[in-house]
Ligand binder design. Sequence first.
Ligand code: ADE
Length: 267
Amino acid sequence: MTASTASARPPGPLARWYATRGRHDLPWRAARDRWPVLVAEVMLHQTQVSRVRPVWEAFIDRFPTPEATAATPLGAVLRVWGRLGYPRRARFLWLAAHRIVAEGWPADLTELPGVGRYTAGAVAAQADGIDSAAVDVNIRRVLERVCGRRLGDREADAEMRRVGAPLRGRDRLLALMDLGALVCRPRAPRCGDCPLQRRCRSRGPLPPDRGRRQASYAGSLRQRRGQVLARLRSARRVAVAELDPEALDSLVTDGLAVRTGPLARLP
Ligand code: ADE
């Protein structure tokens, strides 16, 4: 690991912690090209690292470039995506690959389908060496606890630069992300192991926001869509009559399934 720090300032506790405790062995961290980094960031959104790892490896093996991805039907991408969840992300990647092949990478990565501010900033920091601030949920939690209050988006960007200094770009992003995942965890944070403890205002969770509870997965449309997609992955064609009609309808609307008469299939 080479910590990219500003000038000759001493590394500081966060950089020292990251050098020894950071998750440097995650496979996508070895990538410096935009495509594998983008694929990792899209997969890691709302999905655990342990679930993403095998799927990312299989995906990059099969679709190492936008060209390889765009040259295949969406159904093949959905098959490799498997049970990772939120399959609209797979379609967005496939659409992004088409756009990149047709027009090249846009200067503003948020022009790609499914790419928001965080993902654009994270790809720029990791693949292009740009000193962008990119705040995901883990990083936001770290920053809000250090500051002892909730932060708006612009404030969070500024705090990321301040709290992460003297680290910059890629190392700042990954150090804060790893700290959020390993130490400043949502519940039971390990404040005794935290390199930011001395400057942290809250040293533990902030009072919860009201009305932030996640809907349960069991019985949800999301679960039923997952079950229909699993059937469609397992066969070339499946009888519509055997599938949950509401879940199939919503997959067709999202471009993730095709219905022809009495049969349904992957696109
Ligand atoms: N490494 C690079 N981006 C990551 C992310 N979003 N989550 C976990 N590890 C990562």
